[in-house]
Design a protein around this ligand. Structure first.
Ligand code: RIB
Length: 315
């Protein structure tokens, strides 16, 4: 029986503009044509997991508007099971995304239906989590709901992966329920209570990962974008280099990373192979525009993995 990947999180319609730079306060800046793209950290992770061959199930909430219907369609097309996604009266979550010429982005979100998503006992039961399955969580739904899902997953013996995005200081109890905490550089700095901290090397990320482990999670992966990632658990601290690609749009690269890591773990790969698989999947996603349209297929990731062996560096 295949091990399931359950995502409890957000669904957003992304309203994307490309601009030469971020406007300063008081400025009006001409941008590209507006495009709407299915997104939301939760839905992105479910969609990416399904495209990579995982048995993905999404739990979340959309509004009864055109965006909500489109988001459900996108997830269904990816092969994600959506019976735990509720539709309520009101607006679907949206994200306004500005993509810069170097592929980096700025994102502003409006929670919409994500903001009232809750999981009671029957909602948790409906997730159908079993021992050995995996829960993927992020921070775009109420923290109490994330807490309930993480606690339930731990009780069921599932692997818990928490993407601390958007970053905020987190209660120790939640971190102790976490098997893998997966911040990027800025999120790691915020979780450590040092928002200005620059984490731009393997050594810097290794120090951050060791410190983060002291806060409760069993394992930590610091996602370093073009550098790859640093992984820390009871076996030690290692770095995995990234695939060199030209980034067009980094939106959702972190979501693809988490989904791919979960898919590989659920297949029984060890965490280092899973981290390399995740780096490869994320590398492909940044060469394409948008969140869900950028997600690679299994074949594409397997092909990239064949092209070169990446280094594993013990730190
Ligand atoms: O991680 C990228 C996602 O963040 C976007 O799709 C946007 O919806 C925001 O949730």
């Amino acid at each position: 029986m295949s091990r399931r990947i359950v995502v409890a999180g957000s669904l957003n319609m992304d309203l994307v503009l490309e601009a030469g730079r971020i406007p300063v306060p008081g400025e009006t800046l001409a941008c590209s044509e507006l495009v709407t793209v299915p997104g939301g950290k939760g839905a992105n992770q479910a969609c990416a997991a399904a495209r990579l061959g995982g048995a993905a199930r999404m739990a979340g909430q959309v509004g009864n508007d055109v965006f909500g219907a489109e988001l459900l369609r996108s997830l269904q097309l990816s092969g994600t099971e959506i019976s735990s996604v509720r539709t309520i009266a009101g607006a679907t979550g949206t994200a306004v995304i500005l993509v810069l010429p170097n592929g980096e982005n700025s994102i502003m979100i409006s929670a919409g239906a994500n903001g009232s998503f809750a999981l009671d006992a029957s909602g948790l039961e409906a997730l159908q989590l079993r021992a050995g399955d995996c829960l993927l969580a992020q921070l775009e739904i109420p923290l109490d709901t994330t807490f309930a899902a993480m606690r339930h997953a731990r009780e069921r013996g599932a692997v818990t992966i928490l993407d601390p995005a958007p970053a905020r200081p987190l209660p120790a109890e939640l971190l102790r329920l976490t098997d893998w905490l997966t911040p990027n550089q800025t999120e790691a700095a915020i979780l450590l209570g040092e928002p200005g901290l620059q984490i731009d090397s393997y050594d810097g990320a290794a120090t951050a990962a060791r410190e983060l482990r002291k806060l409760g999670p069993a394992g930590v992966i610091v996602k370093l974008g073009a550098l790859g990632c640093v992984i820390a658990n009871e076996a030690g601290v290692r770095a995995h280099s990234a695939w060199p690609v030209t980034a067009l749009d980094t939106t959702a690269a972190g979501d693809v990373f988490n989904a791919a890591f979960a898919v590989a773990l659920m297949e029984g790969q060890d965490e280092d192979r899973a981290a390399r698989f995740a780096c490869a999947a994320a590398a492909i996603s940044v060469t394409r525009r948008g969140a869900q349209p950028s997600m690679p297929t299994r074949q594409e990731v397997d092909d990239l993995l064949q092209t070169a062996t990446r280094e594993t560096i013990c730190l």
